[in-house]
Design a protein around this ligand. Sequence first.
Ligand SMILES: Nc1ncnc2c1ncn2[C@@H]1O[C@H](COP(=O)(O)OP(=O)(O)OP(=O)(O)O)[C@@H](O)[C@H]1O
Length: 236
Amino acid sequence: MNTPTATVAIDDLRYAWPGKPALIDIPHLVIGAGERVFLEGPSGSGKSTLLGLLGGVLLPDAGRLAILGTEPARLRAGARDRFRADHIGFIFQQFNLVPYLGLVENVTLGCRFSPRRRQRLGARVNSEAERLLGALGLDVQSLRHHSVTELSVGQQQRVAAARALIGAPELVIADEPTSALDANARAAFIELLFGECGRAGSTLVFVSHDPALAPLFPRSLRLTDVNRAATPAEAA
Ligand SMILES: Nc1ncnc2c1ncn2[C@@H]1O[C@H](COP(=O)(O)OP(=O)(O)OP(=O)(O)O)[C@@H](O)[C@H]1O
């Protein structure tokens, strides 16, 4: 029987910013298809750096990092960008919404650079964007003529999540997307995110410095436990 390909497979992954000591040194980490993983670490422990490596924006100094069986480091730059657009949806800390585009257009941006994600939807790109916004708790009709800059932080976060999810990428990476919300709103958002990742079949890696969110997830990892380069202060 074939072993299913892991969404993320890491072996002896090492990374240091130029001129700085090793920041990431992970001997082994596997995240399977469909998992919902919480990755916690204090500020400065290297969470964003690891996400950069997962997305192929940063390249390892040594070791192996494979996404869906492909090592982004082995692809040429253009192929790496396409691979990222096809297979990974990002929810950034700062959301990175485009102020001069409407709600739906901000969401459909998520598959603009991915023929694969667009093809999955065919003519349904706009209607899927509206469905996702609704499923994530936004009233699309009443907000239709609003600029994304007029939305609350919680609403902007939902637009950013819909953009990451559109076209069902295999991996959704969320970089502390809830820190601006209160505890109930954070839990509600994470529930909605689970629902839509489940529907799309996407694996979720959710990164935060706040250990209080860990119980909401079936699997949680402390970066300081999996990363040998963690300083004793971080690992405490
Ligand atoms: N672009 C960069 N150039 C050089 N060094 C960097 C760069 N980005 C991060 N670093 C270094 O890597 C360390 C870890 O940063 P990183 O942003 O990965 O941590 P983090 O856990 O995501 O922190 P936070 O929770 O505050 O976002 C920083 O202390 C910094 O020294």
